[in-house]
Design a protein around this ligand. Sequence first.
Ligand SMILES: Nc1nc2c(ncn2[C@@H]2O[C@H](COP(=O)(O)OP(=O)(O)OP(=O)(O)O)[C@@H](O)[C@H]2O)c(=O)[nH]1
Length: 319
Amino acid sequence: MARCAAVWPALFDIRLPSTLVQSVLDALPTPVFFKDRAGRYRGCNRAFTELMGKRPDELLGMSVFDLSPPELARVYQEADEALMLAGGEQRYEAEVQRPNGERLHVLFYKAAVRDEHGVVCGLVGTILDITERKALEHRLADLADRDALTGLLNRRAILAHLEGLHADRRQARQPLCLLMVDVDHFKSINDRFGHAIGDEALVRVAGCLRSNLRDGDRVGRIGGEEFLVVLGSTDLDDARGVAERLRQAVSQIMVETLGGMLQLTVSVGLASSLPDEDWAHVLGRADEGLYAAKRTGRDRVVVAQNEGRHLLSKDWRRS
Ligand SMILES: Nc1nc2c(ncn2[C@@H]2O[C@H](COP(=O)(O)OP(=O)(O)OP(=O)(O)O)[C@@H](O)[C@H]2O)c(=O)[nH]1
């Protein structure tokens, strides 16, 4: 790539030979550019030309719309105008598109440049590639929401999802349906076959629940062998169908053990939110439905009574 000498404007002729300034800028790994008051590129360093895939002379006089897709160019233009109006410095996150279409997450650092009369005559900007950092942040955020054994949402994440969705559905005056799903006789599975088989059973149940739900539904592991399913937009009749389908799907799971095939079953409590009902109450009623399913023989779905006991078996907000 050609050096960018002669592209840097006289504006940067700050009693240093401009070729020296340009050489210093070209030695930097960080893209640097300069725009005039009209937002046209008036200079840049080698890293910027490499990022944009253009020759230095091609870049001269271009606007952001000549160089970037319109949705990105609009972001840059708005930021540039705000900076040149206010003066000072600016820092923001955005994306940059390479000529091959690849998008980078970047941090822009820009500063207004003033002429000898103190009037803003352009800006200088640098671009820091933070793509890897962003990917790592997303990965960490995702890991923080996951249950380590099953990969499902963990208790905190599924309850946060429930709280958010419940608020939306309540505002739209639509009910929200929940399923509490608990593996039957799990303690005796651990006792008879060992914890490794118990863990495998949990992983298989988790996979089965996940693969039998639609995109808008969410499932999380909220306790040892207890799962919570938050259904997207589903009325009580449909939710009953979903619960029954999940129950049957789990009963098809066969876990191979040294003592033969282990068949799993789950009990399910289903509750549909009442108008103005708190999310923790709906959860409490689904829990009561689950315990009714356990009491009446397991491997079944019980729809929670609307009245509920209002004395929650657990305080879901705190637990
Ligand atoms: N293998 C394994 N076991 C777990 C895990 N978390 C909790 N458990 C066990 O799950 C068992 C749950 O037992 P209980 O709550 O008595 O319920 P249950 O035996 O399934 O009985 P019912 O629910 O009444 O059908 C306990 O023995 C816990 O130690 C885990 O991550 N892995």
